[in-house]
Design a protein around this ligand. Structure first.
Ligand code: ZN
Length: 199
């Protein structure tokens, strides 16, 4: 039997769907929200609904957009021969902040994960292949996280894109600035050595 009243239980269940929120945190958030005024709650729920109503995904690259195509895809000054492949739209914002990249993007919306039944058709892989066929792309830069899923997705993309003759690169990864070789794990250090470049 539940300790709480139904409306509280329901809200706890909703918060538990969020990443990184366990039962304890969900409970803490709900009890915190109980102290909100009606005005605060209305503003909070309105912001959620508005976000869902207004934010769209670009039909070309699947990044966030307020129209059919995002500001990057519409920008004539971008280098349209390059596509940087990322997992989530939030990664686009991170790369844009570096001001180092002037090409286009492609947001996969996830990574391959056979355990979770996520294959190429569950993420935007076919759409990427179509773009390579239909746009004048010369280079695909794979910028996925160096996790197990990130690595296997990168390898898969390399395998299916290489026969097209297109240049496939990935982000160099290695020792972080301010880091110490002594504390780097073997995989990081191995990648740093194999991806080394002249200077
Ligand atoms: Zn776009």
């Amino acid at each position: 039997m539940s300790l709480y009243i139904e409306s509280i239980d329901n809200l706890i269940k909703e918060f538990r769907k969020l990443p990184g929120i366990g039962p304890k945190s969900a409970k803490r958030i709900v009890f915190f929200l109980l102290k909100f005024s009606m005005d605060d709650i209305t503003r909070f729920s309105k912001a959620l609904v508005e976000m869902k109503e207004k934010v769209r995904f670009c039909k070309n690259c699947f990044s966030l957009s307020e129209g059919d195509r995002c500001s990057i895809c519409k920008d004539e000054s971008r280098d349209k021969r390059k596509i940087c492949v990322v997992e989530e739209a939030s990664d686009v914002i991170i790369i844009e902040k570096t001001s180092e990249y002037r090409g286009l993007y492609h947001v996969l919306g996830g990574l391959l994960s056979p355990i979770d039944d996520i294959g190429p058709n569950e993420i935007k892989v076919p759409e990427l292949v179509n773009r390579v066929k239909n746009e004048n792309i010369k280079e695909i830069i794979i910028a996925l996280n160096p996790t197990v899923e990130g690595e296997s997705t990168s390898t898969y993309l390399k395998k299916i894109l290489e026969p097209t003759g297109i240049k496939v690169t990935r982000l160099a990864s290695g020792i972080p600035v301010g880091g110490d070789i002594e504390y780097a794990d073997e995989i990081t250090l191995g990648r740093a050595i194999s991806d080394r470049r002249e200077f």
